[in-house]
Write a protein that binds this ligand. Structure first.
Ligand code: NAD
Length: 325
């Protein structure tokens, strides 16, 4: 199978590419083409472990490029679409790039997939498209009510993907996952931000009262779920991917402090994020019916992740310097 992976030099996309090529995935590939613009969040070092694999082709380019994308799509069997602007705080500061990549980029990919008769198109979305939920959990048929510009742009892409299924019969699947953590995550997101800051002896910023709740899933479990949706998901269906551990930001902070040998004197309260969603919670029963089970216990995954950041200062130190500039 020839798979086109967009955003494959980012955090989750690179984990997906590495597992396709290092045998962790059950999917047999003869070619993996990665299309990535290498924004500040994209990093070729994320693909270093498989850089010499003969099946890998890396192309630096934009998913919204109407000339490049149809050309790359020639001979492709399946697309897995990770490429996105992903940081909520950046979308609050300025949202144009979010609409361009997250909406227009995905639309351009869909159009090319239709033209090239691609047999399966999996779009990687997020639980943030549902908004915020005080009690209970979202099922896939829950109305979309995104709050941040990031989530609104992702919701726009989800609707386009479903429209290409209904209007054109394109064989699509959508995944909506909860918060991911793991190695190779850019150090602006909360887990690597806190870990790399504490490892340097700094103080970490905790938003508002710290009681916002997120479900934390290891990146490897997310990618396992995407594989399943790619191979066994029904045409035109959405699948939630969750089942990690629900924690308040304060609880998460406490666990990271303990694991890094720091205490609450290393925490600096900061005003809450504008429009900060209170709680996310997914019902992932639909994917579990296909056999999905998360396999990484949070305490093990967090310990392994922190250990990875301790051992890989060469990977993150240049990124910390660049993002502070
Ligand atoms: P990331 O920010 O680490 O990586 C995004 C990648 O996309 C980067 O390599 C970047 O260079 C690339 N990219 C950006 N714009 C592009 C464009 N126009 N053309 C080509 N490439 C482009 O993101 P991530 O955390 O790995 O997230 C991947 C996907 O998973 C996103 O679609 C995101 O919405 C979704 N998701 C993320 C999480 C999470 O917790 N990180 C949770 C659920 C869903």
């Amino acid at each position: 199978m020839h798979i086109l992976v967009t955003g494959g030099a980012g955090f989750i996309g690179s984990n997906y590419v590495r597992r396709l090529l290092d045998g962790r995935s059950d999917i047999t590939v003869d070619r993996v083409t990665v299309l990535d613009k290498l924004t500040y969040a994209g990093n070729l070092a994320n693909l270093a472990p498989v850089a010499d694999h003969p099946a890998l082709r890396f192309v630096r380019g934009d998913t919204a490029d109407p000339a490049l994308v149809p050309e790359l799509m020639s001979g492709v069997d399946a697309v897995v679409d990770f490429a996105a602007e992903t940081h909520v705080d950046r979308s609050i500061a300025s949202s144009a790039e979010f609409v361009r990549t997250n909406v227009l980029g995905t639309q351009n990919l869909l159009q090319a997939a239709l033209h090239r008769k691609v047999t399966r198109f999996v779009h990687v979305s997020t639980d943030e498209v549902y908004g915020s939920i005080d009690t209970g959990s979202w099922t896939e048929d829950w109305p979309l009510a995104p709050n941040s510009p990031y989530a609104a742009a992702k919701a726009g892409a989800d609707l386009l993907v479903l429209a290409y299924a209904r209007t054109h019969g394109l064989n699509v699947g959508i995944t909506r996952c909860s918060n991911n953590y793991g190695p190779y995550q850019f150090p602006e997101k909360v887990v690597p931000l806190f870990v790399t800051t504490l490892l340097r002896g700094g103080t970490v910023p905790l938003y508002g009262d710290g009681l916002n709740v997120r479900d934390w899933l290891h990146v490897e479990d997310h990618c396992r779920g995407i594989d399943l949706v790619l191979t066994d998901g029904a045409r035109g269906e959405v699948y939630n991917i969750g089942g990690g551990l629900e924690l308040t930001n304060r609880q998460l902070t406490g666990l990271i402090l303990d694991a890094c040998g720091a205490d609450w004197s290393s925490v600096r309260p900061v005003p809450d994020r504008k429009g900060h969603d209170r709680r996310y919670s997914l019902d992932d029963g639909k994917l579990r019916a296909l056999g999905y089970r998360p396999q990484v216990a949070f305490e093990d995954g967090l310990a392994q992740t922190i250990d990875w950041y301790r051992r890989n200062t060469d990977w993150w130190q240049p990124l910390v310097v660049r993002s502070a500039a």
